[in-house]
Design a protein around this ligand. Structure first.
Ligand code: ITT
Length: 193
């Protein structure tokens, strides 16, 4: 059974990762060229929820929104929901500079995933914890991937294939939780797409 779903994002890396995972569940993910509403909130789940509700009010077709943040322990959880702005303005170099000589390099990615349809919005969350590398490594992935080493690994996300990252990542976890639930929903609706 194949079904189609929209994702509201301007991030091609995010789209590719999500497409690969959802394809395993028979869900074809399509990018939709509408603006993603970005409200200010401490919680990525809440940010995704508001964006999904807003996008659904315009698109009127089932869709998902992914909002992700990197929470660095030594920076008291910063940049968190401000990760996009921080990366643009301060960059990976700036992050590593802030972390110079810092022993506690712990950090977690957190993805808030929201699904919206005519019945309302449902949210899911996924987390991946690890450490901030001493220097950027690897050329795969996007965003903070060159400086993030997931727990139990020595490589950064940027040194992994997209399949490997998907298995370990915050986004992978949130999307699989969503896909399990969505598959059940479709079954209960008799395969309606
Ligand atoms: P959309 O809002 O259009 O979906 P975005 O790139 O702005 O795309 P987010 O707000 O969710 O997405 O991401 C915040 C920042 O964190 C942004 O700079 C991303 O590049 C980065 N980011 C998100 N997911 C990541 C991941 O899996 N690995 C590395 N960096 C990531």
């Amino acid at each position: 059974m194949e079904t189609e779903l929209y994702i509201v994002t301007g991030n091609a890396g995010k789209l590719r990762e999500a497409q690969l995972i959802l394809a395993e569940y028979g869900i074809r993910l399509r990018q939709v060229p509408i603006e993603k509403l970005e409200v200010q909130d401490d919680d990525v789940v809440r940010i995704a929820e508001v964006a999904a509700r807003d996008a659904y009010s315009r698109l009127r077709a089932p869709l998902i929104v992914d909002d992700t943040g990197l929470y660095v322990e030594a920076l008291n959880g910063f940049p968190g929901p401000y990760s996009s702005y921080f990366l643009e303005r301060v960059g990976l170099k700036g992050l590593l500079k802030l972390m110079e000589g810092v022993a506690n390099r712990g950090a977690c990615f957190r993805t808030g995933l929201a699904y919206a349809d005519e019945g309302g919005v449902r949210t899911f969350v996924g987390e991946a914890c690890g450490t901030i590398a001493e220097a950027p490594r690897g050329s795969n992935g996007f965003g903070y991937d060159p400086v993030f080493i997931p727990e139990g690994e020595t490589r950064t996300f940027a040194e992994m294939s997209v399949e490997e990252k998907d298995r370990l990542s915050h986004r992978g976890r949130a999307l699989r939780a969503f896909a399990e639930w969505y598959s059940q929903l479709l079954l209960s609706q008799g395969g309606k797409t």
